[in-house]
Design a protein around this ligand. Structure first.
Ligand code: HEM
Length: 526
């Protein structure tokens, strides 16, 4: 009996002390939380909060950070916004506390229209999120990207050909190249030379999507009750707007997917994300729930890729053109490296990448100088948190100020100077400056899943363009050089403002050279 008492009393006393300790921990954490103030930041009007007026919000935030510190808080239209401005706070919160900082903010409008199902916007707590991330990882991570090298090669050849025939439209050609790479690797679909049906569909949608996804733009975001307003009541036209958006979204998500599925069912296999995933999933029966759920997952991953990947890479490539005309000595050094490693009049290959450190450094510097997504994509935090004595409330919108990090002089000295040698060891600097890829592709569980594909495509585009062309300042009617103003657009993706440049073949007979290298083979040019 005694023995039995002892056996039982030990766990009971343990569990009492365990409960007391847990309660104390919770109390201490709670006291810390309630006593911790919000981070410092600008205060706006009581009604609408702070308005960020500047075209480049990231610069405004960086300026505020010098006044208030690396973590800023402000209130905008009743939304709590926290901006993270240094590499350290970004790493501490978005990488190390990724478990609670990987969600995406949503709005009633996105939920009603279904925008919140895309990988770019889906909540990290949604049942489909792990499967969506697994799919992109399976299809695009690391060496798996190599399967798509031939797609990149074909489209880069088409790009070179288009630049030769019609250099003025270089941005259109960059867009075509990137869009075609995505459509082929994701759906197995070869885009038409002009006016492609699917590309037009997605691009039209992206424009509307941009407007729809501006947080707080619509009344329903502030007053969710409005979603129940019948169509016949004043203001009920909103219901028609919703139906239209839903239909548009369904078309964008389903049409290219259904094309890929019909190809798959007809036995025409394409080594694409959708084709491979259809091959992997359980066989479906007409009433199979699992099959249709899998389809939903695949569709929404695939549809996110074009909208996330087209604009960003085109922005980076446009910055590359701008930097080449503004820095002719860097352009020349890159061509000299290519001549030594690849030889004259040769098309660079993927295998050459490791032997071309200067080209690699130019790409890094392009991405640092103008990060295509300067504020990344917004995150949100799923529980109240305290960091260095400040309270980060659950549900706050967390903006990573990537631009502030890539222009932080303590990491990148003289940050407004375009200088690829930052990443190369030299007598002046034993340790090269950090690869901006650490920051510009985002953080934690939401980090961009297409980094390897992006870097491979940018390498081949940059190296091949420099191998074949000289990019210089355009001339006006009096044959004077036009020096562009270095300026970038505002918005989620920031690209160089319109500028002119001259793109000329380096060698006589380039057209013949292009023919000889099979550049007509892909048929994907305009
Ligand atoms: C230079 C080119 C690119 C840059 C700078 C870039 C940057 C980013 C950034 C900053 C994020 C947000 C990460 C975060 O929330 O922390 C992101 C997410 C994403 N990117 Fe990229 N990206 C590029 C190219 C691409 C391409 C080519 C694709 C597709 C083919 C792509 C697909 C995606 C997707 C699907 C997400 C959402 C991931 C998620 O929310 O879980 N990106 N990217």
């Amino acid at each position: 009996m005694m023995a039995l008492d002892t056996i039982h009393s030990v766990p009971i006393s343990y569990s009492i002390s365990f409960s007391v300790v847990s309660l104390l921990i919770i109390l201490v954490a709670w006291r810390k939380l309630v006593s911790a103030p919000l981070p410092p930041g600008p205060r706006g009007s009581i009604l609408s909060g702070v308005k960020v007026e500047r075209k480049h919000a990231w610069r405004q935030y960086a300026d505020w950070a010098t006044e208030y510190g690396p973590i800023l808080y402000y209130n905008s239209n009743q939304l709590t916004v926290i901006v993270l401005n240094t590499a350290k706070v970004l790493h501490d919160l978005l990488d190390l506390r990724s478990k609670i900082y990987s969600d995406r903010p949503t709005t009633p409008l996105w939920e009603i229209t279904g925008h919140d199902r895309f990988l770019t916007r889906i909540s990290s707590r949604h049942a489909h999120f792990p499967a969506q991330r697994r799919i992109v990882h399976e299809e695009l991570a690391g060496r798996r990207t190599h399967r798509h090298f031939h797609v990149i090669e074909d489209n880069v050849k088409a790009l070179l050909f288009n630049l030769l025939l019609n250099p003025t439209d270089f941005r259109k050609h960059l867009r075509k190249c990137q869009g075609s790479i995505i459509m082929k690797t994701i759906y197995g679909y070869t885009t038409a030379p002009e006016d492609d049906h699917f590309v037009n569909l997605i691009e039209r949608f992206s424009v509307v999507n941009d407007a729809v996804t501006k947080t707080g733009l619509y009344l329903v975001d502030s007053y969710p009750i409005l979603k129940y307003l019948p169509q016949w009541m004043p203001g009920g036209g909103f219901q028609a707007f919703i139906s239209e958006r839903k239909a548009q979204l369904k078309e964008v998500v389903s049409t290219p997917f259904e094309w890929a599925r019909s190809e798959f069912e007809a036995g025409r296999t394409h080594d694409s994300l959708v084709g491979n995933q259809l091959g992997r999933r359980e066989p479906t029966t007409p009433d199979s729930q699992a099959g249709s759920e899998d389809d939903e997952i695949i569709k929404h991953v695939a549809a996110a890729m074009y909208t996330a990947g087209a604009e960003t890479t085109v922005s980076a490539m446009s910055t590359f053109f701008l930097m080449m005309i503004m820095n002719p000595e860097i352009h020349k050094l890159a061509q000299e490296e290519l001549e030594v490693v690849v030889g004259n009049r040769q098309m660079p290959q993927f295998d050459d990448r490791d032997k071309l450190p200067y080209i690699d450094a130019i790409i890094k510097e392009v991405l640092r100088f103008n990060p295509p997504a300067p504020l990344g994509l917004p995150h949100t935090v799923t529980q109240d948190d305290v960091y260095h004595g400040v309270h980060i409330p659950k549900g706050s919108i967390i903006l990573p100020n990537i631009w502030a990090v890539t222009h932080d002089p303590s990491i990148y000295p003289d940050p407004m100077k375009f200088d690829p040698t930052r990443y190369l060891p030299s007598e002046k600097q034993n340790t090269p400056q950090p690869n901006p890829g650490k920051f510009i592709f985002g953080f934690g569980r939401r980090r961009c899943p297409a980094i390897d594909l992006t870097e491979a495509a940018m390498f081949l585009e940059v190296a091949s363009i420099l191998a074949l062309f000289n990019i210089t300042k355009a001339l006006d009617a009096q044959k004077r050089e036009i020096t562009p103003v270095i300026d970038f657009t505002g918005g989620l993706v920031s690209s160089p403002e319109h500028f002119l440049c001259k793109i000329e073949p380096r060698f006589e007979g380039t057209l013949d050279w292009i023919r000889g290298n099979g550049l007509f083979a892909s048929g994907a040019f305009v």
